[in-house]
Design a protein around this ligand. Sequence first.
Ligand SMILES: Nc1ncnc2c1ncn2[C@@H]1O[C@H](COP(=O)(O)OP(=O)(O)O)[C@@H](O)[C@H]1O
Ligand SMILES: [Mg+2]
Length: 497
Amino acid sequence: MSDPYLRFDGITVEFPGVRALDDVSFAAHAGEVHALMGENGAGKSTLLKVLSGVNRVTEGALWIGGERHVFANAREGLKQGIAIIYQELTLSPNMTVAENLLLGQLPAHRGFLDKRRMQAEARRILRELGEDNIHPATKVRDLSIGQQQMIEIGRALLRDAKVIAFDEPTSSLSVHEIRQLKRIIKRLRDEGRVVLYVTHRMEEVFEICDAVTVFRDGRHIRTHDSLETLDQDTLVSEMVGRDIEDVYGFRSRPLGEAMIEVDAIEGHGLHAPVSFDVRRGEVFGFFGLVGAGRSELMRLICGVEPPSSGEVRLNGKVRAFRTPGEAIRAGIAMCPEDRKSQGIFPVASVSDNLNISCRRFFKRLGLFRHPRRERDNTEHYIRQLSIKTPGPQTRIGTLSGGNQQKVILARWLSEEIEVFVMDEPTRGIDVGARRDIYNLLYDLAEQGKCVVVISSDLAEVRSICDRIAVMRDGELVDIVPREAATPERLLGLALPA
Ligand SMILES: Nc1ncnc2c1ncn2[C@@H]1O[C@H](COP(=O)(O)OP(=O)(O)O)[C@@H](O)[C@H]1O
Ligand SMILES: [Mg+2]
């Protein structure tokens, strides 16, 4: 590999009472997107501010293109070709796009601003960014956050910055804006720049990054120069400094009598009769490979498809549901895996998604919508589940997967549901939001409800479930108590013999 373009050499940054960075050394190469990961407070933003010259180092130095630098201020950072795109954007809202882009390097003609050239130059940059639809004379305050971010990137391009760093750039962007940002980042990399990318989102790291450095408590933990052999669990445990099974935190609780009993049920997708029960207060897992029959089994139980034989008892009473609606009214709700197509109404608002089943409930009572109750309900759950949304009326499709999932859970929480069946509840969801969701599942279990989790994530089932049923090829092969659920045992049961 070529010599690194950028090297942090023993960087220590102290604030009164805090050592924000402690002897941090690592390197990043030109033509690489390098992720910086770590929990809140790990020191990522501080590091970027050292790079830009905003933060002074207590000790250590930067090496940029083979030269040693210690910046005294942000201006020096800029001169060395460093550009940082912070979360809080730094544009002037009342100035135009063109003025913001060319700030500090406005073309002048005999001492006057050459407006025509300025507009042309701005237009050229906007085109390069794929933002042709922004007019250079638009005031920045009229742009979306994503568009403003593009203007920041445009400024970096105009200065031909060699190092461009992003501090959690996607946290307030729409799905469409995220896609566009990823495209531009790949281009910056292909042009041979160093891209530093601070993010919490695992899927972004594996999608667009070439290397990743992990920080914890101000210390450099590890730099992975390639992601080829790296897996998500390793990254998470490096970030939190514990084994993956301990990361999510198991909460033990007393279990009650069997609430749902499934007896020799057969039907579409199963190759043998299946029997199991789930107790009050239990978190019960279904582990297996994709296609093992777990979701099919749940569909037979929850009224999506009729079983061909066997019986389901809820609180001792035999029940057969002809529709999911009947199951819900009896207290069994299934939260499907494919949120986009089955669970949410992407163009509807957070509030509508949250209140949809509560509306059905009122309608059954012969009542109409109840706007104040809906608003209170929405605000309550946004607070209780820390759902990160600009507001109750935001389109749910623009939220991150974790926050969408919380809205769906909140929908069921506001109903009289006793058995929650969740199909891959945390797929594609980052660590922080995962923990929130697990805590919610435990809250439900502690209220004496049943939680059934279908998961293909070994670490997840091992860390959160009381018992784990393993399915293989349309059959339930065994039910393993938590204490005996080693990875070898579960995988041995799940894999084809
Ligand atoms: N200007 C500052 N003054 C005092 N403490 C700070 C300052 N900036 C950051 N810190 C502290 O430094 C540590 C690292 O913070 P930060 O770099 O923002 O972490 P991250 O971006 O990884 O979440 C935290 O404990 C934070 O409180
Ligand atoms: Mg930060």
